[in-house]
Design a protein around this ligand. Structure first.
Ligand SMILES: [Fe+2]
Length: 161
């Protein structure tokens, strides 16, 4: 299945420049990076979690939100802004530039804005997206474990399915 919005984002020059800028800003970062591998892992895990919890999910919305959810890290690293808010602003401009519809834009922005808030409602796409973002990391081989501020209960030290 070819995803319309997600592929338009993937080929958008503004998005691509942001990913390159992030790569540059994170080149000496010892903690988890936020490159394309992480973004796609979040999308794939969200789809799997939605399937497991029987949550209806539009793959184009999920992949689009996943691609855009960390782009605000550019402003977080350079200006100290929370990356979900900066990312939502930047995503809005990218989505407008590619001609994304109002309803889809709203859904994508909502997922970006809530991706750092832990939720108790496991049956929602917001919760699946949050969990996918956290589960997308494998901490057990990480060389920065001693310096990482993730509490033990949040760390992915074993493989869970
Ligand atoms: Fe993330």
């Amino acid at each position: 299945m070819k995803l319309k919005i997600a592929n338009a984002i993937l080929n958008d020059p503004v998005f691509r420049r942001r990913i390159e800028k992030l790569e540059e800003l994170e080149k000496d970062r010892i903690f988890c990076g936020h490159g394309l591998d992480h973004l796609l892992n979040v999308a794939r895990l969200t789809m799997l979690i939605c399937q497991e919890r029987e949550i209806t999910a539009d793959p184009d919305i999920v992949y689009s939100a996943a691609l855009l959810h960390d782009i605000g890290r550019v402003e977080e690293y350079t200006m100290g802004l929370p990356h979900e808010n900066a990312g939502a602003d930047a995503a809005g401009k990218i989505l407008s530039g590619i001609g994304c519809g109002a309803e889809e834009t709203e859904e994508i922005i909502r997922l970006i804005l809530c991706h750092r808030k832990k939720r108790s409602d496991r049956g929602t796409i917001e919760s699946a997206f949050y969990d996918a973002d956290k589960k997308s990391r494998m901490c057990s081989f990480c060389k920065a474990q001693a310096e990482c501020n993730w509490p033990d209960e949040k760390r992915n030290l074993i493989i869970e399915v």
